[in-house]
Design a protein around this ligand. Sequence first.
Ligand code: NAI
Length: 234
Amino acid sequence: MPRSALVTGGSRGIGLAIARELAAAGDDVAVTYRSGQPPEGLLGVPCDITDSAQVDAAFKQVEDEQGPVEVLVANAGVNKDQLLALMSEDDFSSVLDTNLTGAFRVAKRAVRGMMRKRSGRIILISSVVGLLGSGGQVNYAASKAGLVGFARSLARELGSRNITVNVVAPGFIETDMTAALSEERQAEIKKNVPLGRYGSTEEIAKTVRFLAGDSAAYITGAVIPVDGGLGMGH
Ligand code: NAI
């Protein structure tokens, strides 16, 4: 039986690779998107995760079309980088609102059905930066570190219901964002990565597929780094 999976921000980048990987594993996969057309072959549900009413409507649509969400991947995220001294309060709170409170909104909505079913998988996409820190990213790093405490608390709340909650912490991944960096900056980054290269979106997606699958049934509250060794397990 295919499971009902939902990936937030799954219309491009890492989220799209995760959605395609879960679909390849046999799940029915929905992705949230905000503009343009949703990717072909996946159920597209319009949703801005900063708006609870839109989150609720998106879940209703997924429930109607492929059943209650059994696998939730909270992937949608933004960054607004700036040194603290120059960062506006809005730059700080809007990044937290999307990256951390957004995960709260979708997880809260998803657990209802999972608790009823007494099974479920929740996977939160954090970042190596949440654990190592990064100058110019206090807002982003705080939101990504926050996901770790969130996941570990929720894992304790939901363990007895056979629901696992885990975090994937990607390092530098080949996306539009990293391609836009200067060659010098790219070389500098790669020098700090023991494996000497960026990761691919597929490498994140395969880790998520593992955590969503039967092989990971006894893993919960874990932070899995997929970063070429940059964070050395942190
Ligand atoms: P991206 O910018 O290509 O994709 C982000 C997705 O989130 C987009 O689909 C966007 O529409 C969606 N999104 C943003 N705000 C939203 C909102 N309010 N409501 C609904 N959807 C919203 O970024 P990328 O690189 O694919 O990143 C995906 C996740 O992985 C993010 O959480 C990011 O922080 C994280 N990450 C990325 C790394 C990288 O090297 N690209 C490294 C570590 C973590």
